[in-house]
Design a protein around this ligand. Structure first.
Ligand code: ATP
Length: 243
């Protein structure tokens, strides 16, 4: 364990076809921290996560992930997705990225690290008990909530140090989101993983997050604790409604 952030994003500018849609993003995620990335549709939240994962090329700035493989707590510059995965970064995309023709158990197996050290299944089922009865079912036949749990479980089973979660609640009933967000909190606290989560249910995510960033038109307009942002509904409103 170290005081250095697991993720350090400095002056990140990224976009599509050479045109920037996020500009000079400064962002950190610490060990065991849940950090919410908020903002209206099109603010640049998904692009930020994709750029951190190397799936959208950055145009400027640096993205550094703490390298604990050597136990030297050395920060390294991310070069590509493959190296990122080896450095303990897992990304749960908006579409969940499941293999629908494989069973839930087979999807989970794909998330296990080759060299061992996976989170034991009983621990996974403590976080996601609803997966127990459906492990032999094809992922494509699971409910939306079960699919989201499976996507999170598959990301977590490899013990990531940094977990990026995009729009977990997409298509889910609010009651499922209310159940899943505290699980993210538990995963961060119990495993020490840093979690960067994009979420539209602002009050719910601020209830479990340590810190938050608000993006507006690709710029960070607020960075602070979740409690500070909860106390500033005017800022949230401006971020979402452009007031
Ligand atoms: P949402 O909450 O709707 O998912 P977001 O905050 O995640 O929005 P992004 O998806 O990052 O926002 O989009 C930021 C900007 O980049 C938007 O203007 C969007 O139209 C644009 N954009 C996103 N994906 C592409 C793409 N593949 N090619 C070109 N422009 C894109």
């Amino acid at each position: 364990m170290t005081d250095q952030p697991v993720l350090l994003v400095d002056g990140l500018t990224a976009g599509y076809d050479g045109i920037a849609v996020i500009h000079g993003i400064e962002l950190t995620v610490g060990h065991g921290e849940v950090v919410a990335l908020l903002g209206a549709n099109g603010a640049g939240k998904t692009t930020t996560l994709l750029a951190i994962s190397g799936l959208v090329p950055k145009l400027d700035g640096t993205i550094e992930v703490l390298d604990e493989a050597t136990h030297e707590h050395r920060r390294v510059t991310v070069a590509n997705v493959w190296r990122l995965a080896r450095r303990g970064v897992a990304h749960v995309p908006e579409d969940r990225g499941l293999f629908f023709d494989l069973t839930a158990a087979e999807n989970l197996r794909l998330g296990k690290p080759r060299k061992g050290g996976a989170v034991p299944m009983d621990q996974i089922l403590t976080w996601f008990p609803a997966l127990g009865p459906v492990l032999d079912r094809k992922a494509g036949l699971l409910s939306g909530g079960e699919q989201q749990m499976l996507a999170l479980a598959r990301a977590v089973i490899g013990r990531p140090r940094l977990l990026l979660v995009d729009e977990m609640s997409l298509g889910l009933a609010p009651i499922i989101v209310e159940q899943l967000l505290p699980v993210l909190r538990s995963i961060a606290t119990e495993t020490g993983a840093g979690i960067l989560v994009v979420e539209q249910h602002v009050p719910l995510v601020l209830g479990i997050a340590d810190r938050a960033y608000l993006l507006r038109q690709g710029h960070v307009t607020f960075a602070g604790t979740a409690a500070e942002l909860q106390a500033r509904p005017d800022l949230i409103e401006a971020g979402y409604l452009g007031a």
